[in-house]
Design a protein. Structure first.
Lengths: 281, 299, 340
């Protein structure tokens, strides 16, 4: 990994009024690969994603180092960030029911991402958006273009979201629980579409999820977060050889087809996991 | 000894939870500068009303035709009116009228609104439809205009103004009480009371009304600013308190003729109305924040 | 989904409930009219009429009939738009109302433009800066407008801006000098004077409407500001706002293009309701500014106990209110894609 897209060291985020920082000293690097961040709710994994986009108004963000390609994210001005967000770094949010503007047609919302960054005619932006809708395997792009978000299904809404976020050919995409709001039946399909596009365009992907199996199948590397810190980093294929008791607990708590019928073990937590220790990311 | 004797005093020493909540709310209100200002003004209003005879420098009704339209000064803090009456003293006694209006409207509107709302919400069905239709009809007028119509029918006087305001102020309370009742109606303890053979009237009175009371009281506070402005408006139009009563709105109405040369005649009563209704608005705003669970948990 | 909310059944249901409210309105005005202490016969025939004249008028008004029959007569009168004659002006009440209502509508329209023009941006600003000093400042400013006795503010306004600074015209719709010069076509002074090409009258009218309308607008802006703020806060917490920011839109673009776009429908309904509430302030401010409008007509008839005129006015206010409610409801349905 000679030239990482993203290089983060000692990222700490504290929300106003909170006793404990939501994220504590998180460090990692990202190349042109797919990185999974896994943890339970409240572990700070979503906060990491938003801190990278610098979209945490009010929260206190500090880091020893937070570089995105040649840009120092800790020092970048809001004006610089506007050029980066949506153009070079974008984010896929969880639930299209809430993350799409309810009163604008899907097509216009997709276009907007393009028109914000590229000087272009209406027709050109429209053509781009339609092509992108096709790329996310929507069969009738012209029709979907004119639909309002409440008129499309969850799976289609999330594909609209993907189209919107990949339209500008970013270098990094953060997918924040991209499929957890979807029906189980369309999850894989949507993930496959995202995965294909990411590989094809050579985009760095951060997949934030609470689903170990999903991350194992779609990522190269996995970061395990617990209570605001990274407790373990491993290659996805080595997940079974995890060292940290928390990761092992998570793995043990997964139901398996054909496994034992005994009750799944309850995750035992230890106070020691919260204590400070040197990060070895 | 499994100390029944020692255990008994303990719950008695604990203050009632309602009181704790009231104190917490008060503390919260006093901490926010705007609602603290509201509390302060209302405290001043009550003090002024109670101690009006002590604080007044003159008899509010005493006319003195040798000192008419005196500008504010040492002898008359806020000047005198066209009949030589001391405006400062009249304002103090006017506070009593304002408090009377507030008090009477509250004790009329609260029970009416509660009764209509809880009955409609508890019985539902046709009772609900009829009562809510009546409420809607009252709500389809601006309150001042409906009050004007009532006063016109009853004849202008302070008492009739209070009745008219009460007649127009109960519908929002009824709406609120109904909404609350609809929630409580489903509760298990209501079903338990019914199984024990309690009558409907008893259930409403003993189990539902107490639950609705806090939100109704808050709503009454919020509406009090409107009540005061409506009362002052009626007084101004000559439909409320009649001269020589020192009602603030009526004082402005009589002062209007001398306004160009004697600004103090209208300015001070107006400021009095403004500060009291502002106080209620600020307090209501603070109460809304204090009691909004979303706001409280956010920080 | 789209068929359910916009079906004829629903429209019919709503029409039915409007009808019931209307009927209740009529009962209410009828009852208030009946308990009036003023003797309606005396009011018509005068204090020194002979007994025969009095009796004749008594029978003509149908006061000997039972209550329900009298109510039916009332319904018939209303249905045929016969509201009787005003004692004060000696003209049919309906003609009077047609003459005075435009003055009030003119005033209220200016006021609502001002109120929304100030209230909406302030509400957005307050929401964006929630719990910081602009929010507190705006809250106090709008609560002030909400707490001011409008008749008093009107007087102070006259004292300062007319008597003191001479920036605006004084009482009335135009200078005394111009009264009677404008041919009455619509009774909207601004329209009439413009149609007649009398631009000096037009300017005078503008000059006179500015102060009462802005004060009235200020008092209604409080409500508009508060509602705008809470609508905006709801929207700003939505996830699609994050989406817009992720796309690279600036805060300002996000706020106005996305969040504000989503509250427009709600705002229209709020402004429609605020417009109705303006009538209340209009009654008071018209008295202060000697504005020959609906409010003044109502007040002066009330003070002399002209029952016909008063009850007609109250009925009309009720009708306007119901209509505005209905319109705001319809606008919501029409403009929100989710309810289409």
């Amino acid at each position: 990994m000679s030239h990482p897209i993203l290089d983060v060291a000692g990222l700490t985020v504290r929300y106003p009024g909170a006793a404990q920082p939501a994220v504590r000293g998180v460090s990692f690097q990202l190349g042109r690969e797919r990185l999974g961040i896994v943890g339970e709710s409240g572990s700070g994994k979503s906060t990491v994603g938003r801190a990278l986009m610098r979209l945490l108004p009010g929260a206190e963000v500090s880091a020893e180092r937070m570089r995105f390609e040649e840009v120092d994210l800790t020092a970048a001005t809001e004006r610089q960030m506007l050029k980066i967000r949506g153009a070079r770094m974008s984010m896929i949010l969880q639930d299209p029911k809430f993350s799409l503007n309810p009163i604008r047609r899907c097509g216009l919302q997709i276009e907007e991402a393009y028109r914000t960054h590229v000087r272009s005619s209406r027709a050109e932006a429209r053509a781009r958006a339609l092509a992108m809708l096709e790329a996310v395997q929507i069969r009738d792009p012209e029709r979907v273009y004119d639909l309002y978000p409440h008129e499309v299904s969850g799976g289609m809404g999330q594909r609209v979201m993907i189209a919107m976020m990949l339209l500008t050919d970013p270098d990094l995409v953060i997918a924040d629980e991209p499929t957890s709001a979807l029906d189980v039946t369309v999850r894989l399909q949507v993930l496959k579409i995202l995965d294909d596009l990411v590989r094809e365009k050579g985009i760095g992907l951060i997949m934030i999820s609470h689903d170990l199996n999903l991350v194992r199948n779609f990522c190269d590397r996995v970061l395990i977060m617990y209570a605001g810190r990274v407790v373990e980093t491993l290659a996805a294929r080595d997940l079974d050889r995890a060292q940290h008791p928390y990761t092992r607990g998570l793995l043990a708590a997964q139901p398996r087809i054909g496994g034992k019928r005994a009750p799944l073990p309850v995750l035992q937590r230890e106070a020691a996991w919260n204590e400070d220790r040197e990060e070895m990311a | 000894m499994t100390d029944t004797s020692r255990a008994r005093p303990a719950p008695r020493r604990r203050p009632r939870p309602g009181l704790i909540a009231a104190r917490n709310i008060l503390v919260y209100l006093a901490k926010a500068p705007t609602s603290a200002f509201g509390l302060l003004v209302l405290a001043l209003l009550i003090l002024a009303a109670v101690f009006a005879p002590l604080l007044a420098t003159h008899d509010p009704y005493a006319q003195n035709l040798t000192t008419t339209l005196q500008p504010p000064g040492a002898a008359h803090f806020f000047g005198t009116d066209e009949l030589g009456r001391d405006i400062y003293s009249r304002l103090l006694f006017g506070a009593r009228i304002t408090l009377t209006i507030i008090f009477l409207v509250t004790i009329v509107v609260g029970p009416i609104g509660l009764l209509v709302g809880t009955v409609a919400g508890y019985f539902g069905g046709r009772t609900d439809t009829v009562l809510m239709r009546v409420t809607d009809i009252f709500l389809s007028f601006p309150s001042l205009i409906l009050s004007m119509a009532f006063v016109a029918a009853l004849g202008p006087s302070l008492n009739n103004a209070i009745i008219a305001i009460s007649l127009t102020a109960w519908p929002p309370i009824a709406r609120l009480a109904r909404a609350e009742t609809m929630i409580f109606r489903q509760a298990d303890y209501i079903a338990a009371a019914r199984l024990q053979g309690a009558s409907n009237a008893r259930i409403i009175w003993r189990s539902i009304v107490p639950m609705c009371l806090p939100s109704v009281l808050i709503r009454l506070t919020l509406n009090m600013a409107t009540v005061i402005l409506t009362a002052a408006g009626l007084g101004f139009l000559g439909l409320g308190a009649q001269p020589p009563l020192p009602e603030w709105g009526a004082m402005i109405a009589t002062g209007r003729r001398y306004m160009i040369d004697s600004w103090w005649l209208v300015t001070f009563p107006g400021l009095a109305i403004l500060s009291v209704s502002l106080a209620f608005n600020l307090l209501g705003d603070g109460l809304r924040d204090a009691l909004d669970p979303k706001q409280m948990t956010r920080r | 989904m789209s068929g359910g909310t916009w079906s004829w059944q629903r429209v019919a249901g709503q029409g039915g409930s409007v009808f019931v409210t209307l009927f209740g309105l009529l009962i209410l005005t009828f009852v208030i009219g009946r308990i009036m202490p003023v003797d309606p016969v005396r009011a018509i025939v005068g204090e020194d009429a002979t007994r025969e004249v009095y009796e004749a008028a008594y029978l003509r008004l149908g006061l000997d009939k039972p209550m329900w029959q009298q109510f039916l007569f009332y319904l018939r009168d209303v249905a045929t738009l016969d509201f009787g004659t005003s004692i004060r002006t000696g003209q049919p009440v309906l003609d009077d109302v047609k003459r005075v209502l435009p003055a009030t509508i003119e005033l209220a329209t200016f006021a609502i433009v001002f109120g929304a023009g100030v209230g909406v941006p302030l509400g957005v600003l307050a929401a964006v800066h929630k719990d910081r000093w602009p929010d507190h400042l705006i809250r106090v400013f709008s609560l002030m407008g909400h707490s001011m006795p409008i008749f008093w503010t009107g007087m102070i306004g006259l004292l300062v801006f007319y008597a003191g600074l001479g920036w605006v015209g004084g009482s009335g719709r135009m200078s005394q000098f111009y009264i009677g010069l404008v041919p009455e076509r619509t009774n909207f002074l601004l329209i009439d004077s413009a149609l007649a090409g009398q631009w000096d009258v037009f300017c005078s009218a503008i000059n006179h409407i500015l102060l009462p309308a802005s004060l009235l607008g200020y008092s209604s802006s409080a409500y508009i500001t508060r509602m705008t703020r809470s609508f905006m806060l709801d929207q700003l917490n939505q996830e699609y706002i994050t989406t817009a920011r992720v796309k690279g839109l600036s805060r300002r673009q996000t706020i106005w293009r996305h969040a504000f776009g989503n509250i427009r429908v709600q705002l229209v309904t709020i402004v429609a309701l605020a417009y109705g509430a303006l009538l209340e302030g209009a009654v008071l401010i018209e008295t202060v500014f000697a504005w020959p409008g609906f409010g003044q007509y109502l007040t002066s008839n009330l003070l002399i106990g002209d029952m016909n005129a008063v009850m007609t006015c109250v009925l009309i206010v009720g009708l306007i209110f119901i209509t505005l409610n209905l319109i705001s409801d319809l606008l919501y349905r029409i403009f929100d894609p989710r309810t289409r």
